[in-house]
Design a binder for this molecule. Sequence first.
Ligand code: SF4
Length: 311
Amino acid sequence: MTALTKPQPDGTADPSSEHAPGASLHFPVIDWFDEHARDLPWRRPEAGAWGVMVSEFMLQQTPVNRVLPVYEQWLARWPRPADLAAEAPGEAVRAWGRLGYPRRALRLHGAAAAITERHGGDVPADHAQLLALPGIGEYTAAAVASFAYGQRHAVLDTNVRRVFARAVTGVQYPPNATTAAERRLARALLPEDEGTAARWAAASMELGALVCTAKNESCHRCPIAAQCAWRLADKPAHDGPPRRGQTYAGTDRQVRGRLLAVLRETHGPVPQAALDRVWQEPVQRARALDGLVADGLVEPLPGGLYRLPLT
Ligand code: SF4
């Protein structure tokens, strides 16, 4: 039995239904997805579970248009986890390019090594086994199990959280960090049927990415506008804590990015003097370099030389 409820012609829920809380949302969002989903390489069958996993690592903090070229090169070079595991972790950092937050490259390399050792090179389908891999958290385990293996899991990314906050909770933005209440809501909204739940996960995420965006939401194109709690309440302004900004210029992140760019573009050790040229302020520069070393992204060598990690 499924929890699906056909909506009324005006998009509202069938008042006679006795179904799961999100039942009236499922059909319109999934139907919309069937018509409007972007054709992205990790959604094609040939991507396989490894392609889905790579894409999830890359997409966590980077927009689709920047991920696409790096994803294609990555999968062409390392079509299976064992191919990546056989390379030095520094090669993963190099290939990560300018996606940002490069610790993700190291984590993906670590996950590939564990998949090769523990699972014969195949990305496991079991949620608990996925979660046990290094570098894989609740979100990625659920996303891979759902998108690659069609399982029933609540997949709560920023886009989904925003859609649920607006459509169901009736507020403009979700909390800064995912709460237990959001997880409970996401589980309560899951369709009972496994295949439908997997479609719902992908569809609600796409709705947040394309229609219910952080700024300038397009309610006139939204398949659940007639039942959206925030819209029906005349869109009350956000009254929670200030939302986290994404400043980059002048931050240690920017300095780290510049230092790593020099190391990525040089095959072999780099002298300190070459790194010193990327940022004038010496204290911040030293802090950024120390941070990269502490994170395992850069390996210091005798004689004031640095390189991407070999082990
Ligand atoms: S109606 Fe507008 S605010 Fe509500 S879910 Fe749709 S796009 Fe988002």
